[in-house]
Design a protein around this ligand. Structure first.
Ligand SMILES: [Zn+2]
Length: 287
């Protein structure tokens, strides 16, 4: 699943479509048949409404909030937004022709194609189809953003993180689950939760109430460090993340514990399901 650094890298690549207008929208048979069956596959609103809103819209800017991408759109002097979440395996490809998408699986599982005013195509592919797209009139009309903590790059984010963790509702929860809550800090998924907790020396199963403020402060630093290191390494290509050009990141070569047998100090890595996902940790380095 793409986490914050991977989504940020997609956002940076998507600056290539800023200033272009969507001439045409095509949706896949998967999307059409899903909607006919009442499942709202990928597009979380009626497909004709989505197509109508997107067709003729100029893409002013592409941004990111947490793991959501947003496209600022303009048509008839009206500004509105396309919100997009990559789910487990979503990816955007900006190509001159559809067959320029290198991997067969991504060609086979294209879901939405935007024909752009310069003749290029912006193709959204999603093998597992957990991704989401929705056109909304404003950010405030989009609920997932309303309770989201500040971005880690925001000056207020550390204080906010520590303040949230001091609240009663988090005291008896395991720290791994809490840092994966976008209301505490946005964008930490299963991989970077394991990695940042290892670097901070904190067991993922440790309840928040038993972790000192100083250690939580260190954890915030380590989340920032792992995000920044991942950005420098082009993200992690563990399962399904691809950049817009289809290339792979190298962050997976820098992991200390995720999918490892031993930690950097040579201790055996343990695994356990925590917060619903397989978690990697070292009981000698983490307390
Ligand atoms: Zn160790």
């Amino acid at each position: 699943m793409p986490e914050l650094p991977e989504v940020e890298l997609v956002k940076r690549d998507l600056s290539a479509v800023e200033g272009l207008t969507v001439d045409e929208v095509t949706v896949s048979d998967y999307v059409t048949s899903g909607h006919e069956a009442g499942r709202k596959t990928i597009i979380k609103q009626p497909v004709p409404l989505f197509v109508g809103e997107m067709t003729g819209a100029e893409i002013i800017k592409v941004g990111r909030r947490g793991k959501y991408l947003y496209f600022i759109l303009k048509k008839f002097e009206e500004t509105y937004y396309l919100m997009s979440h990559l789910g487990m395996s979503g990816g955007y490809f900006h190509v001159r022709s559809f067959n320029d998408i290198q991997e067969l699986n991504y060609r086979k599982h294209w879901q939405v194609q935007f024909t752009l005013s310069d003749g290029t195509f912006l193709v959204y592919s999603d093998i597992r189809r957990f991704g989401e797209m929705q056109v909304v009139p404003s950010f405030s009309a989009f609920l997932p953003l309303s309770a989201m903590a500040p971005e880690y790059t925001d000056a207020a984010s550390r204080e906010y993180f520590l303040h949230q963790l001091s609240k009663d509702k988090y005291q008896n929860k395991q720290i791994k689950a809490v840092i994966m809550d976008a209301g505490v800090i946005p964008g930490v998924g299963n991989i970077y939760a394991s990695e940042s907790l290892y670097s901070a020396g904190i067991l993922p199963s440790r309840k928040v109430r038993y972790i000192s403020k100083a250690r939580l402060n260190t954890l915030f630093d380590e989340i920032v460090n792992v995000f920044e290191l991942s950005l420098l390494n082009g993200g992690s290509t563990i399962s399904d993340y691809r950049s817009l050009s289809g290339s792979s990141g190298k962050m997976q070569d820098r992991f200390n514990v995720y999918q490892k047998k031993t930690c950097p100090k040579g201790h055996e890595i343990k695994t356990k399901i925590i917060a619903g996902r397989n978690t990697f940790y070292c009981t000698r380095c983490q307390k």
